[in-house]
Design a binder for this molecule. Structure first.
Ligand code: HEC
Length: 108
């Protein structure tokens, strides 16, 4: 019985991999990005005197490819991040959900 469940779970996880899971992505964000960018993306902790970019402003202007490169390779004062390449879709799903840009949500 247990083995049947394992097979079903693996099939389910494998089947929807390209979509990206924002819940899994949040766990990665909290572990990896939050120290510099803060939980709300705008904390701006400095690295070598350079403040981390406000993700509320930057994420909406970046394509998925640009975000992937930014995380895996780093740029400027931001070092490359230890995120597994296969987890990138989850991370991006979370970034898109958390930082949709001013166009799609109007804060009071
Ligand atoms: C060690 C601190 C640090 C961590 C950890 C970090 N960042 Fe950054 N991030 C920075 C800094 C500093 C900048 C500004 C770089 C610059 O302008 O030179 C930046 C900029 C960015 C930018 C805008 C691109 C740019 O060059 O300004 C994006 C997008 C970004 N970070 C996403 C992320 C994501 C997603 C994570 C987690 C996977 C993350 N960062 C983790 C420090 C960090």
């Amino acid at each position: 019985m247990r083995q049947v469940w394992m097979v079903l779970m693996v099939a389910a996880i494998g089947g929807c991999k390209s979509e990206g899971d924002p819940v899994a992505g949040k766990a990665i964000y909290d572990q990896t990005c939050e120290t510099c960018h803060g939980a709300s993306g705008d904390e701006g902790v400095e690295t070598d005197g350079v403040a981390a970019a406000d993700l509320n402003e930057v994420v909406p202007t970046y394509s998925d490819d640009q975000l992937t490169t930014q995380v895996l390779d780093g740029s400027g004062a931001m070092p490359s991040q230890p995120v597994n390449e296969k987890d990138i879709p989850d991370l991006i799903a979370y970034l898109r959900q958390q930082f949709p840009g001013s166009g799609s949500d109007t804060n009071p």
